[in-house]
Design a protein around this ligand. Structure first.
Ligand code: AMP
Ligand code: ZN
Ligand code: ZN
Length: 439
């Protein structure tokens, strides 16, 4: 029996609430296999973040497990990332339901005048400063309400946010084999009910890595997508072997897509600016600039610098749009934070802003196609994937592309926990859910 089957009215309403609220599950849903769990068990939620997985890989790559999940559950045309379409801002938006200006992780690399060390992905200690983290990830929402959560490399799960981490977490180690990551999740499932997590957040980086190096349409990227699919299959088989198929919801997301880049499509920064006076925080699809810090400029000096730099770049290359910080298009919702640098340039789809040295190094290495993300999130090339299946979800649902800030409300609904204040709208994903009262 699945939640949502025929019942008498009052009983149906009560059961529907329990099912929608993530409290019980009573029938087969994900994968196959008889299962050993007797009687109703609390629904679990596994969120799989596959970095850089494009939604078209569902059709172009060898991904039978993901296609199977989509057939048994829900598939969106795309998951629209926030601005910037970069790993940390985007995965934290998925986890918090907040846009980056509200959750505080405004870029993979950023400064805050009140925090002495630059935020960088590679600097665990620096990015662990709690002042960076302004939002509440779903694992904190869950733990606060007595729902045990576990993270396997989900961005942010290895730092204390509001004084909490998930009950289980591991310091990020990109070299930890992906099979081992999956097996760790399965080990959690093998625990007794008291210490078994109900929320599990798992992260795979293999597709992003291959796609950056060889381009999103390369054999290598498609092979990495197929390898990610085998990891999904391994996970589902382990879930089935432990008898949790009927009580497990699986949601597969990615933080962004990937666009093909080439050294023939580069805006060379040195052609427009004397870089000796500029702190280049980031190059790539977007370029972030501020004046060099030493000696520190007065506010008036910063303003004059920003005006000069803006004028030197604005309208100078047909593939580059330049913005004063905090004045980006309103649809980016990227405003009101001291972490936004004074100048941001954004290249057209598939173009990059680089220093001459970066472009020349690329050419020296052969100049082959590569992949990048960080472009305008509205571009289809930047859209991520969304697939979900399990007892909380309806079968065979197709959703239009939706913004990833709406996922947090969905996660809370599946787990039956109260969401914290966020930028999402539960109505966006409601058509995906089975047995939700009032639908
Ligand atoms: P991006 O530069 O946006 O492509 O970021 C992808 C990279 O982020 C990965 O290749 C990892 O090196 C890094 N990364 C992903 N997850 C984590 C994590 N939990 N902690 C630290 N670094 C991470
Ligand atoms: Zn990423
Ligand atoms: Zn990446």
């Amino acid at each position: 029996m699945r939640c949502g089957g025929r019942r008498r009215a009052a009983v149906a309403a009560a059961l529907a609430w329990l099912c929608g609220a993530g409290l019980i599950a009573t029938g087969p849903a994900v994968g196959s296999g008889a299962g050993r769990q007797a009687g109703p068990v609390a629904q679990m939620l596994m969120v799989l973040g596959i970095d850089g997985f494009r939604p078209d890989y569902l059709d172009t790559a060898d991904v039978p497990a993901l296609r199977g999940l989509a057939a048994r559950g829900v598939r969106a045309a795309g998951l629209i990332p926030p601005f910037p379409s970069k790993t940390f801002p985007s995965f934290i938006t998925i986890a918090t339901g907040l846009v980056p200006a509200h959750h505080g992780i405004l870029n993979n690399t950023m400064d805050d005048p009140a925090i002495p060390v630059r935020f960088r992905l590679s600097d665990h200690e620096g990015r662990s400063d709690p002042r960076w983290w302004l939002g509440e990830p779903v694992w904190v929402t869950a733990e606060r309400q007595g729902v045990r959560a576990a993270g396997m490399f989900w961005p942010g799960d290895d730092v204390e946010i509001q004084g909490r981490r998930p009950s289980d977490w591991t310091a990020f180690d990109q070299d930890l084999p992906h099979d081992t990551r999956v097996d760790r999740v399965l080990d959690w499932l093998s625990r007794p009910a008291g210490t078994r997590p109900r929320l599990m957040m798992l992260y795979f980086d293999l597709v992003d890595t291959a796609s950056h190096t060889f381009g999103p349409h390369s054999r290598e990227a498609l092979a990495a997508a197929a390898a990610a699919d085998r990891l999904v299959a391994r996970l589902l088989a382990g879930v089935a072997a432990r008898g949790f198929t009927a009580s497990t919801n699986v949601v597969v997301v990615s933080d962004h897509g990937m666009a093909e880049t080439s050294p023939d499509r580069v805006v060379v920064l040195d052609d427009y600016l004397d870089l000796s006076a500029v702190d280049v925080i980031e190059t790539g699809p977007s370029v972030r600039l501020q004046p060099k810090r030493v000696p520190a400029l007065s506010p008036a000096g910063r303003e004059a610098w920003a005006r000069r730099t803006f004028a030197a770049l604005d309208g100078r290359h047909p593939r580059l749009r330049v913005y004063r910080g905090n004045r980006l298009p309103a649809r980016f919702r990227y405003t009101g934070s001291v972490r936004i640098p004074p100048i941001i340039g954004l290249a057209d789809d598939g173009w990059l802003v680089q220093t001459r040295e970066q472009r020349d190094r690329w050419l020296a290495r052969g100049g082959g196609a590569r992949g990048e993300h960080g472009f305008d999130p509205a571009l289809p090339s930047m859209h991520g994937v969304f697939v979900a299946a399990g007892p909380a979800f309806r079968e065979g649902v197709r959703l239009p592309a939706f913004e990833s800030r709406h996922a947090y409300e969905l996660f809370c609904r599946v787990l039956g926990i109260r969401p914290s204040k966020n930028d999402g709208d539960p109505a966006v994903t409601r058509p995906a859910l089975a047995g939700v009262p009032g639908r």
